[in-house]
Design a protein around this ligand. Structure first.
Ligand SMILES: CC(C)(COP(=O)(O)OP(=O)(O)OC[C@H]1O[C@@H](n2cnc3c(N)ncnc32)[C@H](O)[C@@H]1OP(=O)(O)O)[C@@H](O)C(=O)NCCC(=O)NCCS
Length: 392
C-alpha cells in the first residue's frame, strides 16, 4: 500500500474569476470565504470545470473505477495495476459488519429513512472499531462498509436475507449485488460506477466543510463522517435527488410540465436539481450524467429533458440575471433510477461516493491542522441590566 501523502501538495493554479474575496462575506452562508487549503479537488464556477488533483472530471467519468478515484483522492496519484490490486484486496478484506452493528440496524423500524440508518450504523461501527488519529486504513475501512450498511437495511426491510459480499466484485458491482441478490448487468455496474466517480469530491461543499471542522478539533474520523452525513442529508445539499424524482413523478407527462412548474414557482418553491452556490454555468457533472441517463433510459429521458428545458426557461423568466443552471442532482436521480435503486437510497448512495472525498479531506486537514473556529458578528444587545429571577 502506498504511503499517504504527507502535505497538501503544490499550490493549485489560481483562476482569478474563481478566487473568492472577503468582500462577498456579507452575503451570508460563508459565500466567497476561503475556509481551507486543499489539493484534492477544485471547482471552477464560471468555467463549469471540476478537477480531482488536476484531472478533469470529463476524463475520469467513464474511464476510471471508483477504486482508482479514491486512491487518487487519498494518496495523491492514480494507482498503477499493483496499487489498484492492493486496494481491491483491502476493500474485500473490510467488507464485513460486526454482529453488534447488524443488531443496531435490525432494531430500527423498516420505515426509517436510510440516511438515518446509515448515520446511526456508522456511528455504532465507530464506537466499536475506531480509536485514535485518523488514518488511511480507517478511511478504507469506512468507505468499504457504506454499501454493506445500506444493503443490510434494505434486505431486512424487504424481508430478504442479508448477503455476504463477493470479494471478486468491484465496489459498485458488490453494492448492486448486495441490494438485489442478483448478478448486476454490465450497464448497471458501469452507470453506478460513473456516478460514484463523479460525486466523490467537490471542493468545500457543506458536508466536506463539516467533516473538516470536526477533524480540526482532533476528533476521530468516524465523528467527522457522521457529522458530514448529517450535513449531506438536507435538501439544499444531497437530499435533492429523491425530490427531483418526486417532482418528475408528480409532473407525470410532458403536457403537465409547464403548468406544474409554474404553480410550484408561484407557491415560492425551489425547483430541485437547479441552481448552485458556485457554478454560474452548467455543472460539468450534470453534463456527464445527462448523457448517461439518455443512454440508460431513453423513454424516461424524454420527460426529464423536457422538464429541464422548461424549468430553465422559467427560472430565466422569473429570476432574470440569477444564472441558475441544472445541477448534479437533476440527472443523478434519473441515473440512479435507471440502475434500479429505490428513491430513498439516492442520497445514501451519494454518501457511498462522497465518503471517499470526506475521508481524504479529514486526512488532509489533520496533516496541516489548525482548529477551525470562525468569528460571528454579534447583533444582540450589549449592556443589559441584570435582574435576579425573584425580581423578574
Ligand atoms: C443549491 C442552492 C441551495 C444554492 O443556493 P444559494 O447559492 O444559496 O442561492 P440562494 O439561496 O441565495 O438563491 C439565490 C436566488 O435564486 C433563487 N433560486 C436558487 N435556486 C433556485 C431553485 N432551484 N429554484 C428556484 N429559485 C431558486 C432563490 O430563490 C433566490 O432568489 P431571490 O433572491 O429572488 O430570493 C439553491 O440553488 C437551491 O436551493 N437549489 C435547489 C436544491 C438543489 O437542487 N440542491 C442541490 C444542490 S447541488
Amino acid at each position: 500500500m502506498s504511503k499517504a501523502i504527507s502535505d497538501t501538495g503544490s499550490t493549485p493554479q489560481k483562476d482569478m474569476q474563481d478566487i473568492p474575496t472577503s468582500s462577498k462575506a456579507n452575503k451570508g452562508g460563508l459565500e466567497g470565504i476561503v475556509a481551507a487549503t486543499t489539493a484534492i479537488s477544485k471547482v471552477e464556477g464560471t468555467a463549469g470545470r471540476l478537477i480531482y488533483r488536476g484531472y478533469t472530471i470529463h476524463d475520469l467519468a467513464r474511464t476510471t473505477s471508483f477504486e482508482e478515484i479514491v486512491h487518487l483522492l487519498w494518496f495523491g496519484h492514480l494507482p498503477n495495476q499493483r496499487e489498484l490490486s492492493e486496494l481491491h484486496a483491502h476493500f474485500a478484506a473490510e467488507r464485513t459488519l460486526p454482529a453488534e452493528v447488524l443488531q443496531v440496524i435490525q432494531v430500527l423500524p423498516a420505515q426509517t429513512e436510510p440516511m438515518d440508518v446509515l448515520r446511526t450504523a456508522v456511528s455504532a461501527w465507530g464506537a466499536l472499531s475506531i480509536k485514535g488519529k485518523p488514518t488511511v486504513e480507517q478511511a478504507i475501512a469506512l468507505t468499504a462498509r457504506f454499501p454493506l450498511i445500506l444493503a443490510a437495511f434494505h434486505s431486512l426491510r424487504t424481508g430478504k436475507a442479508i448477503l455476504e459480499s463477493r470479494p471478486e466484485l468491484s465496489h459498485a458491482a458488490n453494492y448492486l449485488y448486495l441490494l438485489t441478490g442478483q448478478e448486476p448487468s454490465q450497464e448497471h455496474v458501469q452507470g453506478l460506477n460513473s456516478y460514484l466517480v463523479l460525486l466523490a469530491d467537490h471542493g468545500m461543499n457543506a458536508s466536506t466543510f463539516t467533516a473538516r471542522v470536526v477533524a480540526s478539533t482532533e476528533s476521530d474520523i468516524v465523528s467527522s463522517i457522521v457529522a458530514a452525513l448529517g450535513a449531506l442529508k438536507g435538501p439544499l445539499h444531497g437530499g435533492a435527488p429523491s425530490k427531483v424524482q418526486d417532482m418528475l413523478h408528480a409532473i407525470g407527462s410532458v403536457d403537465n410540465a409547464e403548468p406544474w412548474l409554474r404553480s410550484a414557482m408561484a407557491r415560492g418553491e425551489r425547483l430541485m436539481g437547479f441552481g448552485h452556490r458556485v457554478y454560474k454555468t452548467e455543472d460539468p457533472r450534470a453534463e456527464e450524467l445527462r448523457e448517461m441517463a439518455r443512454v440508460a433510459d431513453p423513454q424516461g429521458f424524454m420527460l426529464s429533458r423536457r422538464v429541464e428545458e422548461l424549468a430553465l426557461a422559467l427560472l430565466e423568466e422569473q429570476k432574470p440575471g440569477r444564472r441558475l443552471y441544472t445541477n448534479v442532482e437533476y440527472y443523478s436521480a434519473a441515473l440512479m433510477h435507471s440502475v434500479g435503486l429505490p428513491g430513498d437510497l439516492f442520497t445514501p448512495t451519494f454518501a457511498v461516493s462522497r465518503v471517499g472525498g470526506w475521508t481524504a479531506h479529514v486526512l488532509e486537514q489533520i496533516n496541516n491542522n489548525r482548529l477551525i473556529r470562525p468569528d460571528a458578528d454579534y447583533t444582540g444587545p450589549n449592556e443589559q441590566q441584570f435582574v435576579p429571577l425573584s425580581a423578574r
